[in-house]
Design a protein around this ligand. Structure first.
Ligand code: NAP
Length: 328
């Protein structure tokens, strides 16, 4: 019965090797984009492995420069690569810099994935994003929704680049036998997030707004939309743990979602952050502003079937993120 179930899983998701266990021990592990939200979480997580971490700052190595990337791989010969470098940002940044979003991301992933193949990297993890799924994908979004409909027009440049990235991983795995994987994390939050007006994600933006309102004794904080939109938030340390787990236990270019599988309304999120920050005023919802998609949550049944589940509760994660914000 169990054997039949495993065979069905292989057929369903195309696992090429269910019992492969990859070890980081003794390997040189390069985290590209180590100073970012995702990359810094990967560095924290990998510090617990018996491996040698390799990093290079953006100013030391511009990953859009193919020659420089090739030279860096020759000089450093990484065994394992986590590709968490990207031109990333919200809708505003996408709209202001669409050319950069598509060019930089295509160039970074082309250069790093190709160099990894040429220089014999044993395993690579490409970080995609849940924004690769069609705008009207059924919720929760399964991996099978990929390329089944139109993308959200607000970040189409970024999403198309990311889809090209996971296809690059797929193509190099199929044609050259590379052991490369692609993961699709949900919205991230946590230490290392940006708190600038234009670039911040929703959790970081709300932490900053409620904190500043608390300091200035404001009567209320206004939030865009009705507050009814449902969203999922994944702590970046959970994401990093899932990436390391998948690198060690999953061998297939077929994409895997990483998330909690749990969503909540923006209203509930706002009240949670208000409570953690200790703001005592009111929350006002500006219903003249758009809500965006009514619901956005990834299906995590594939990830759970491989054996990983998120561990950090949203309240605990937001509390520790706020503590980190206070130390900035
Ligand atoms: N944040 C999320 O909610 C989220 C959700 C799902 C997936 N992801 C994925 O996670 C990855 C990283 O996102 P993030 O949120 O961690 O972004 P981030 O905080 O902006 O970090 C991006 C990192 O990439 C580096 N970088 C950018 N361009 C570079 C270049 N040309 N050469 C060298 N380094 C470069 C940045 O260095 P500098 O800062 O020095 O430029 C930074 O270390 C992306 O692939 C994204 O799709 C993120």
């Amino acid at each position: 019965m169990l054997l039949k179930f495993l065979i069905l899983l292989v057929q369903e998701w195309g696992f090429s090797d269910m019992d492969t266990v990859f070890s980081h021990e003794g390997k040189k592990v390069y985290v590209a984009g180590h100073s970012g939200l995702a990359g810094s979480a990967l560095v924290r997580r990998l510090a617990g492995e018996k491996c040698t971490l390799l990093t290079a700052s953006h100013s030391e190595l511009d990953l859009t420069n193919q020659e420089a990337v090739s030279q860096w791989f020759i000089s450093n010969s990484p065994d394992v690569v986590y590709l968490a470098a990207a031109t990333a940002g919200g809708i505003h940044a996408n709209y202001e810099r669409p050319g950069e979003f598509i060019y930089n991301n295509l160039a970074i992933q082309n250069n790093v994935v190709h160099a990894s193949y040429i220089h014999g990297v044993k395993k690579l993890c490409f970080l995609g994003s849940s924004c690769i799924y069609p705008r009207l994908a059924p919720q929760p979004m399964t991996e099978k929704s990929l390329l089944t409909g139109s993308l959200d027009k607000h970040n189409v440049w970024y999403a198309v680049a990311k889809i090209a990235g996971l296809m690059l991983v797929d193509g190099y795995s199929k044609q050259y036998g590379c052991d490369f994987i692609s993961v699709m994390p949900a919205n991230l939050y946590g230490p290392g997030d940006k708190y600038t007006e234009k670039n911040s994600h929703v959790v970081a933006a709300l932490i900053k707004r409620f904190h500043e309102a608390k300091l200035s004794n404001d009567a209320s904080v206004s939030i865009w939309g009705t507050g009814n939109a449902m969203r999922e938030f994944l702590h970046c340390d959970d994401m990093a743990d899932a990436c390391v787990y998948l690198m060690e236990n999953y061998t297939s270019p077929d994409i895997v979602n990483i998330g909690t599988g749990l969503d909540l309304s923006i209203k509930d999120l706002a009240y949670l952050i208000k409570d953690v920050v200790g703001f005592e005023g009111n929350v006002v919802f500006d219903t003249s502003k758009p809500d965006g998609m009514p619901r956005k949550v990834v299906d995590v049944s594939k990830l759970q079937s491989i054996g990983w589940q998120s561990k950090i509760s949203l309240r605990a994660g937001i509390a520790s993120t706020y503590e980190e914000y206070l130390r900035l």
